[in-house]
Design a protein around this ligand. Sequence first.
Ligand SMILES: [Zn+2]
Length: 350
Amino acid sequence: MINININKEQFSDLLNLHHGVFYPLKNFVNHKQFKNILTAQKIKKKFFPLPIFFAIDKINFNRIKSHKYLKLFYRKNFLCLIKIKDIYQIESKVIGEKIFGSNFKKHPYFIKHIKKNFAYLDFEYKKLNKQKLKHKNFISPKEFKYKIKNKKILAGFHTRNVPHTAHQWAHIYMINKYKNILIQPLIGQYKKNEYLDKVIVNSNKIVIKMYEKNKAFYAPYFSYPRYGGPLEAALHALVRKNYGCSHFWVGRDHAGFKNFYQKYSSQNFCKKNEKKLGIKIIAQREPYFCLSCRKIVNKNCYKKNCKNLKKKMISGTKIRNLLKKNKKIPEYLMHPNISKLLNNKSILNR
Ligand SMILES: [Zn+2]
């Protein structure tokens, strides 16, 4: 018997698959599913945009290749006993190109999660230690839906940020239009200059308290960014459907990275596949601060004849750059109740 220690990202994938967060995918993809998702975004005739795989490096490959059973551990806790059905290989280059395009070698998800993968495992569970399939930043769709008593209309909002004024504009737009909103931040950043998990959790919990009680709900999405642009935005929509959302907000350059994708390609892709996703997509233009109206708007200004000549864009990067320099965050970028929580130690720096 061989023991394998899995990392935090693998643990989150395992939890999410086990608890139906990635439904209709229930297990790590097998060879056929991996290829079908890459080429046709499909598993068993159902739409599925990104492969969720279990990868091993060359060292582990050599350790396990002649074994049938493995024990998986996370932080010294026994998680499960698995029986290997298949160990398969897919060239990293093929995966990179299919997901991120020709520039894939510079993509952070490729560098961290694909480049070093030597092989992929297809397995079945023989024993599960359910007591350890838990995490403080994880709530299952079943638990969450029970907690909020299954709202008929619930609009989902994804973020991996501390909420700024453009996020709040979107929250309020959604509460006004759909009544109930689920703010579900992705918890599990790994890139330098992103916010720490606990800062994202606390600030999003605080923003919920600013809205009418029993209309805004919080749940973490325990995962990690794949920066997969349109494909990942579609995965986010499926995840929210599984958490009980009827609608999902897809942002400007949703799940994007630098200039890998067009500004509105995630919105367009999700809108195009709305039926296959089975969740309504909310696709709005980017909100900004109009300097003559002194308000956040996204198309129509507050003053009738405002020509909207002077505007300021709102971005998380802008705010994090101010934080790094220990500068004050202006109110047009962030509500003071939130900015007062932040300092230069709120950001990942490794
Ligand atoms: Zn204006």
